[in-house]
Design a protein around this ligand. Structure first.
Ligand code: AMP
Length: 282
C-alpha cells in the first residue's frame, strides 16, 4: 500500500490511473479506523479499480477545542488495518498546511437550509469546515465515486448538495450505518466511553427503534415527547436533540405526508463524549 502525504505527488500518481481509464474510488476519513470505515472501503474496492483513503483530522470542522485535542490518532494501526484488506489502496495523509495551502480557514457555504438544523444548529461552523475540506479533497483526488456513511446523514446530504452546486464530476455513494453488537453506531469516539457506558449505549439504538415502531401509529410530537422522557429517566445519557425530519430537506416534520421519506436523528452526551445516530422511519 502506498502512503502519500504530498497532494501534488498524489495527483501525479492518480493522473496515471486516470489516463489508463481506471476507476478511482475515494473514502475520506479522520482516522482511528473501525469496521464502519472499513465497510466503506470494502464497498469502494468492489466498485473501483483503485481506492484512495484519506486520513486527516480537519481542524476547521471542530466547534469544540477539547474534542479536537482528544480526537484519537492511531495512524500505525490504521495502516496495518488497511493493509489487511487490500493492496489496491492509496492512503493519503496530508498535513494541515499542505491540504489548505497554508490558509487553515473555512469557506462559507449555503445549502438551502440543510446546514441550519440539528448538527448545524448545535455545532456552529461545523458544516462550513466539512464542506471546505471535502471540496479540497474531492478536487485533489478527482475520484469517479466518493463514499460517505449514513451515520452522518446530514453531512451526506450536504455533500451531495455541495457536489451538485459546484458541479463536481463525482458520484456520491451513501453507505449504511455499521453498528456494534448492542446497536451502538460505530464511531472513533466510542473508544473514549467507559466500558459500562459503551455497553449501556445500546439504549440509543433501542430508543430509535421504538420511535420507528411508534411512527406508524403516533404523531410526531408525541414521539418526540416520549423520547425526551425516556432520556430524562436515564442517568448515563444526556440528550441534546431528537428530531424527525423528511430525508431530503431535513426540515422538522409536523404533519406526516405519505409520499415523503422520514428519518429520526439524535445527539446525546455520555462521559463527556458526543454521540450521534439516525434511523429511517418509513
Ligand atoms: P469520520 O472518520 O468519522 O469522519 O468518518 C469517515 C466516513 O466514515 C464518513 O463518511 C462517516 O459517515 C463514515 N462512518 C463513520 N462511522 C460509520 C459507521 N458506523 N457506519 C457507516 N459509516 C460510518
Amino acid at each position: 500500500m502506498q502512503v502519500i502525504q504530498d497532494k501534488e505527488e498524489l495527483k501525479s500518481v492518480l493522473e496515471k490511473q486516470q489516463t489508463d481509464n481506471l476507476a478511482v474510488g475515494f473514502v475520506p476519513t479522520m482516522g482511528a479506523l473501525h469496521k464502519g470505515h472499513l465497510s466503506l472501503v470494502e464497498q469502494a474496492l468492489t466498485e473501483n479499480d483503485i481506492v484512495v483513503v484519506s486520513i486527516f483530522v480537519n481542524p476547521t470542522q471542530f466547534d469544540n477545542k477539547e474534542d479536537l485535542e482528544k480526537y484519537p490518532n492511531t495512524l500505525k494501526e490504521d495502516i496495518e488495518l488497511l493493509q489487511t484488506i487490500s493492496n489496491n489502496i492509496i492512503l493519503f495523509t496530508p498535513t494541515k498546511e499542505g491540504i489548505y495551502d497554508g490558509q487553515i480557514t473555512s469557506k462559507t457555504y449555503e445549502f438551502n437550509g440543510l446546514e441550519k438544523v440539528m448538527e448545524g444548529a448545535f455545532r456552529p461552523g461545523h458544516f462550513n469546515g466539512v464542506a471546505t475540506i471535502v471540496e479540497l479533497l474531492l478536487t485533489t483526488v478527482n475520484p469517479n465515486k466518493a463514499y460517505f456513511g449514513e451515520k452522518d446523514f446530514q453531512q451526506l446530504q450536504i455533500i451531495t448538495k455541495l457536489v451538485a452546486n459546484k458541479k463536481l464530476p463525482v458520484t456520491i455513494v451513501p453507505c449504511p450505518i455499521s453498528r456494534e453488537e448492542n446497536g451502538l453506531a460505530r464511531s472513533s469516539r466510542n473508544e473514549r466511553l467507559s466500558k459500562t457506558t459503551r455497553k449501556a449505549a445500546g439504549f440509543i439504538f433501542k430508543t430509535l427503534q421504538t420511535a420507528k415502531r411508534k411512527f406508524g401509529t403516533e404523531n410526531v410530537q408525541d414521539i418526540k415527547e416520549w423520547v425526551q422522557h425516556a432520556f430524562a429517566k436515564n442517568t448515563i445519557f444526556e440528550m441534546e436533540y431528537f428530531e424527525i425530519t423528511d430525508e431530503s430537506t431535513l426540515t422538522p416534520a409536523k404533519k406526516v405526508q405519505s409520499d415523503l421519506k422520514y428519518r429520526a436523528f439524535i445527539a446525546v452526551y455520555a462521559d463527556g463524549v458526543r454521540l450521534i445516530d439516525n434511523m429511517p422511519l418509513n
